[in-house]
Design a protein around this ligand. Structure first.
Ligand code: PLP
Length: 397
């Protein structure tokens, strides 16, 4: 009998799907390295507010340590429906229109596995949050990018969407404000998308996890609030970004009741219910004070302006970010690709920055900057980037 090495056995047994999904999957770089400055992170650097932590502790003391209703505790579903009515002008019935999930990430998986068959296609405006590609692949489906451009702040053009709809297209994803570009889709663009979705009978997935991060008076519009879309839109959101609750793993889906019913068995198969302690903490987040976030947002905005001033000084271009906490920066004028730029920054300047290469060749010269970096670290990191850019250009001349 031959004894295969462990690696060989894994490689032999690996499913085609897992093989595809692992392509471009980043190595985790969370181990802090002394002197390194990370400029690309997606994790808020602000602490979780104390009243939310207290609610989690109370939930433990009250022994909320069992499974909950699969769709989530009624108190939280009611608070979510109230929030959606207040902030987003959505009319959602808490008993039938809300599904609490283990992070927004699980919401994406549940949607893909519920609605996509192998060979199906789902459209997304590019550049996009790379997790969507993996989630579509896990369902055996294909994520089809719809290009947008830096010149018009990555606004989505409905004509570009229309050109990519085929007999296999089932849904369209809109992430606004966007990771990784910081773009907030203008109302006019959303109206054209809405009309197209109805005309071509598509499901719309609205990822609104960054809805509270908007600058310069920009307004976020919820697609599900457009009357023509209310019966075909799945809104997803979560607590990770706004309330600095990434480790709680808590999010939700709001959708017409028949959509929720269709998704529930898949969600049950993944995690049965969202973590109970986190649900009680999320309830405190929604029903507790909200004013503290104004200061947080003002600080993100200060960092956004620091980034833009620094990039302007370096002569690097970017889409003007009006939301979320990212900037998408074009480094082509240094003569380097994004991955090469990131590698040189890491090795020679002790700065970590992610590149857009995994999304597609047209994004190969972009890197993602983040506002979730304390001001002084950000200033120091940007000084290193400025020095690097000068050197890269000198070497090229
Ligand atoms: N959607 C977008 C656009 C994101 O950027 C992220 C996380 O970075 C998520 C969803 C997942 O968030 P969660 O922590 O709620 O799973």
């Amino acid at each position: 009998m031959t004894h295969l090495t462990h690696t060989t056995l894994v490689e032999r047994m690996l499913s085609h799907r897992a093989r595809e999904v692992r392509q471009g999957f980043p190595r985790q770089t969370s181990i802090p390295m002394s002197g390194m400055i990370t400029l690309s992170t997606g994790t808020p650097d602000f602490p979780t507010p104390a009243h939310i932590i207290d609610a989690a502790k109370r939930a433990l003391d009250d022994r909320h340590t069992t499974y909950t209703e699969w769709v989530g505790i009624p108190e939280l579903r009611r608070a979510i429906a109230d929030k959606l009515a207040r902030d987003n002008h959505l009319t959602i019935t808490p008993d039938t229109g809300v599904l609490v999930t283990t992070g927004t990430q699980e919401a994406i998986q549940v949607i893909c596995k519920t609605f996509l068959d192998p060979g199906d296609e789902i459209l997304i405006h590019a550049p996009y949050y790379d997790e969507y590609r993996r989630d579509a692949l896990i369902a055996g489906a294909r994520l089809i990018p719809v290009p947008t451009g830096e010149a018009d702040n990555f606004a989505v053009d409905a004509k570009e969407i229309a050109a990519r709809i085929t007999a296999r297209t089932k849904a369209l994803i809109v992430i606004s404000p966007s990771n990784p570009t910081g773009a907030v889709q203008p109302r006019a663009a959303l109206e054209r998308i809405a009309a197209l979705a109805v005309e071509r009978d598509l499901i719309v997935v609205a990822d609104e996890i960054y809805e509270k991060f908007v600058y310069e008076g920009t307004r976020h519009h919820s697609l599900a609030s457009f009357p023509m879309l209310s019966d075909r839109t799945i809104t997803i959101n979560g607590f990770s970004k706004h309330y600095s609750m990434t480790g709680f793993r808590i999010g939700y889906i709001a959708a017409p009741p028949d959509f929720i019913q269709a998704m529930l068995p898949v969600k049950h198969g993944m995690t049965i219910c969202a973590p109970s302690i986190s649900q009680w903490a999320a309830l405190a987040a929604l029903t507790g004070p909200q004013e503290w976030f104004e200061e947080v947002l003002a600080e993100y905005d200060r960092r956004r302006r620091l980034w833009m001033d620094a990039l302007n000084g370096m002569g690097l271009t970017y889409g003007h970010p009006q939301g979320a906490y990212y900037l998408y920066v074009n480094v082509s004028s240094t003569g380097l690709t994004g991955p090469e730029f990131a590698r040189r920054l890491r090795e020679d300047y002790r700065v970590i920055i992610g590149s857009g290469g995994s999304i597609g060749p047209e994004w190969e010269t972009y890197v993602r900057g983040s506002l979730a970096v304390p001001f002084e670290s950000l200033r120091a990191g940007l000084e290193r980037v400025a020095e690097a850019v000068t050197r890269f250009r000198q070497a090229r001349a």
